[in-house]
Design a protein around this ligand. Structure first.
Ligand code: XIL
Length: 321
């Protein structure tokens, strides 16, 4: 075992990676796996580059916690996906509670992006510049968060242009869920990429989060078709936050076999397209998965059990890579 990144790179991908979080780095058995470049060639900070951590009060930028993760990746020679700059969630209350004008919120967003992208300049293979700007149920397609309400849809190209100016070499991504397969939200994502391009701003990639459910994960061909739809816009694609959760626990043997099929679909889709640069799991073992705390009663979504032994899904991913 311990070779997912090595296999992914041999298959022509840039990386196979994992998210992690600061508190997890005190678990030495976990770290022994996470730090192994042959297993994980890429790291995404699961939380500590988010706005609530990096600018907890206006104009006070703190990168101490984010730096712990980026330093870890650098020490292990791992590629960094940086996550994220503009998102409606995990915002400090001073951003959500204040009464902004277009001009004042624009200045706040510009200062935030400039500071953070400059701090990490040269370290990030990619930035998730805007995260989850689309709403599954909104008539416009756009999520009506503080940015959209105050600045209009223009905030999206503005965020990309600001990030590009601060680090011209970082790949700039739009990242979202439920855009991995054809549908209204994926169509809105295509239009979002075209919107950014129509403003003359740079977008390099679409991040497909890939938070899937056992037995409801799209087939490899469905996933591949959507990858190619984005690729036709001139951008690359990555699976950025993959996990495949059980909606009832504990899993059965048949359920674990289905989970393996589902992880396999994601793996095959990425392998089948030169436009898919890599796969990131949203942490690799169940002990540190975000699922149980967000989706009550659900879980066991990762490639490794909480005791750091591997699941059938791991063997499938390994055999396909
Ligand atoms: C999650 C983290 O994993 C949790 O620890 C946190 O409490 C909430 O956010 N989509 C994203 C990620 O883009 O940033 C989210 O991460 C999971 C969903």
């Amino acid at each position: 075992n311990a070779n997912l990144n090595q296999l992914a790179q041999a298959a022509g991908k840039l990386y196979f990676g994992s998210a992690t979080d600061n508190s997890e780095l005190s678990d030495s058995a976990y770290v022994a796996i996470l730090s192994n470049y042959e297993e994980f060639g890429q790291i995404t900070p699961g939380n500590t580059q988010k706005w609530e951590y990096t600018e907890p009060t206006e104009g006070n930028f703190t990168y101490t916690e984010g730096d712990v993760i980026t330093d870890f990746a650098e020490a292990n020679g791992q590629i960094l996906r940086c996550h994220n700059l503009v998102w409606y969630n995990q915002l400090p209350s001073w951003v959500t509670s204040d009464t902004w004008t277009n001009a004042t919120l624009t200045a706040v967003m510009e200062a935030h992006i400039q500071s953070e992208v400059t701090h990490y300049k040269g370290q990030c293979y990619a930035w998730d510049v805007v995260n989850e700007a689309l709403d599954d149920n909104s008539p416009t397609g756009y999520r009506t968060d503080v940015f959209y309400e105050t600045m209009g849809v223009w905030y999206i190209p503005f965020a990309f242009a600001t990030a590009a100016a601060a680090d011209p070499d970082a790949k700039l991504y739009y990242n979202d869920y439920n855009i991995e397969y054809a549908g209204n939200k994926a169509t809105a994502a295509v239009e979002l990429v075209e919107l950014i391009q129509s403003y003359g701003a740079k977008i390099d990639g679409v991040g497909l989060q890939g938070h899937f459910i056992v037995g409801e994960t799209p087939s490899a061909s469905t996933l591949l078709a959507q990858i190619e739809t984005y690729a036709a816009l001139g951008v690359e694609v990555a699976y950025t936050e993959v996990d495949v959760r059980f909606t009832s626990l504990p899993p059965t043997t048949a359920g674990l076999a289905q989970q393996a099929v589902d992880y396999g679909s994601v793996t095959s889709a990425c392998l089948s397209s030169d436009s898919c640069v890599g796969i990131t799991v949203w942490d690799f073992d169940d002990a540190y998965s975000w699922i149980p705390s967000t989706f009550s009663g659900e879980g066991d979504a990762c490639l490794y059990w909480a005791n750091l032994t591997t699941k059938p899904a791991y063997d499938t991913v390994e055999s396909l890579l």
